[in-house]
Design a protein around this ligand. Structure first.
Ligand code: ACM
Length: 511
């Protein structure tokens, strides 16, 4: 174990050393704090410990393993200084970490930058729910030992149906990072808009970037904008997963470059919400040159390992052509040093070894992927699609897959979505937010919260530790906190039921 105590441990030197006040009558045990997602293991101690907090500034460690977690804490709790020590512990790998509270000191252990960041996110919740924002604080002694169930926990934002500014995307990143979501999948192109500058094909944004659903003006990210998003996400422990959807969902590209279209004519911009009517011409060499240029340029801006090729709902592409195209595009992505991801229809092609198949509608395709030895990402539309309405009264959203009230977003097991698929086959889960009806951050918040809390816990917490009744109580505490931060979480009737009410879920008011 390498010890790297940090400046947050300065309080012993700087404190005024006034005697600790009497503890409040009730200091909640660590396991009583409403942490989301629920850590894998919490061991409560017998005492509570007093932590002096005071205003001050700290210098983050130059080692990013620790320094990034410190910067995250400073960003969340500016000027709050605590007796906090970070120790690099090599056997805590991946996202794993421990936090020990005791003897007036807080000790964080992990072997990785990711684990330290996860610990920082847990600490922010522990401190908030212990009242640390108000100054000195009592926290119960004990140890949190935590690691994620799946390495990939994602959120998808469709910036193609409606465009969202860099500032809006940054706000989304801050919100999802707090719940240990570590991938942001950006759906960067669709029939209604092309949203990222490609220097070798400039009309994609000059023409294809102007439209969006409903006929309002669209927009696009310059390469500098995209880099800014990538960097902002990275410092918060989030990897950007870029998606260019093809061969279908391509009208915006076809409206910009007639050469991509089988009849050689530019299509009209499209601002409706139908799917399945557009396709790249899979017979033309220039189409593969186009794909290679796009993958190369976006890939060079994306430090993460993945490139998402879409591949869904290509009803206007002959199946034989679809298979030929998706086979070739997987090779292009791999030649550009990336790992392909595709929506579940890509399992009908010759999957490349590294391709990840994202289940959204077809469990059988996920099983095909497993049989071919490929990893599966779980986004069943009936559970994980955040654009589905809560119930028939939801002010925005769709319901073609299902209504998804909060308990439905919570009460599912990724390993039970396709017969024969186990956790060993699953890379993780992702919660997509399609934006046909979503036009601004307020809309994003309404559909995302509180359901993202449920989905974050599905992806993080061991199945055996998950329990709807106790999640509901923790989520209610977070709903209040989210609102205090100005985040307009949907007022789910599932959270309004008080503990003295019945616990029978069928007695809940409908959403
Ligand atoms: C999808 O919802 N078409 C992936």
């Amino acid at each position: 174990m390498r010890h790297l105590p940090i400046l947050l441990a300065l309080s012993g030197i700087l404190c005024t050393c006034a005697p600790a006040p009497e503890p409040p009558a009730e200091v909640p045990s660590l396991s009583e704090l409403p942490l989301v997602p629920l850590p894998a293991e919490i061991e409560d101690g017998n005492e509570s410990s007093y932590y002096e907090t005071y205003q001050g500034s700290v210098m983050p460690s130059p080692d990013p393993t620790i320094g990034d977690a410190q910067r995250y804490l400073l960003g969340q709790l500016p000027d709050l200084v605590l007796p906090l020590q970070f120790d690099i512990t090599d056997d805590l790998v991946g996202g794993a970490y421990t936090i020990h509270f005791g003897d007036g000191e807080i000790e964080v252990n992990s072997g990785t930058r990711e684990g330290m960041l996860n610990a920082a996110k847990t600490l922010v919740q522990v401190l908030h729910f212990s009242g640390a924002d108000a100054g000195a604080v009592y926290i119960s002694e004990g140890t949190i030992r935590d690691e994620p169930r799946y390495p990939y926990r994602g959120f998808m934002l469709d910036v193609a149906r409606h465009f969202f500014s860099v500032e809006e995307v940054k706000s989304v990143i801050d919100r999802i990072a707090a719940y240990k979501i570590n991938h942001l999948h950006l759906h960067l192109s669709d029939d209604q808009g092309w949203r990222i500058e490609i220097k070798s094909w400039p009309k994609l944004t000059e023409i294809g970037g102007q439209s969006e659903v409903g006929g309002t003006s669209g927009g696009f990210y310059t390469q500098e904008d995209y880099r800014e998003i990538v960097d902002y996400a990275g410092t918060r422990g989030i990897t950007i997963v870029p998606e260019i959807d093809m061969p279908g969902h391509t009208n915006a590209a076809l409206s910009a470059y007639p050469i991509l279209n089988a009849d050689g004519k530019a299509t009209e911009p499209y601002t409706g919400t139908r799917v399945g009517f557009s396709t790249l011409d899979t017979d033309q060499d220039s189409v593969y040159t186009f794909v290679d240029d796009v993958v190369r340029e976006i890939g060079a801006l994306s430090p993460g390992p993945y490139f998402h090729l879409g591949g869904d709902e290509s009803a206007a592409t002959d199946h034989e052509d679809y298979v030929k195209f998706v086979n070739e595009v997987q090779q292009i992505i791999q030649r550009n040093g990336k790992r392909p991801i595709g929506w579940d229809e890509v399992a009908t092609t010759q999957l490349a070894d590294s391709t990840v198949v994202q289940l959204w509608a077809h469990p059988d395709y996920a099983l095909d992927a497993k049989r071919a030895g490929n990893a599966v990402l779980m986004s069943p539309a009936t559970r994980a699609y955040l654009d589905m309405q809560y119930d028939s009264t939801s002010r925005i959203g769709l319901h073609w897959a299902a209504y998804i009230p909060l308990d439905s977003a919570y009460n599912w097991d990724p390993a039970a979505q396709a017969e024969g698929i186990t956790d060993d086959d699953i890379l993780g889960i992702e919660a997509p937010l399609w934006s046909e009806t979503v036009t601004n951050l307020e809309d994003i918040d309404y559909l995302t919260f509180p359901r993202l809390l449920a989905l974050a816990e599905v992806g993080w917490t061991p199945q055996a530790r998950r329990d709807w009744e106790q999640f509901r109580r923790r989520a209610a505490a977070h709903q209040e906190w989210l609102r205090a931060q100005g985040i307009g979480s949907y007022d789910s009737p599932r959270l309004r039921v008080t503990p003295s009410d019945t616990t029978a879920s069928d007695a809940f008011p409908t959403e």
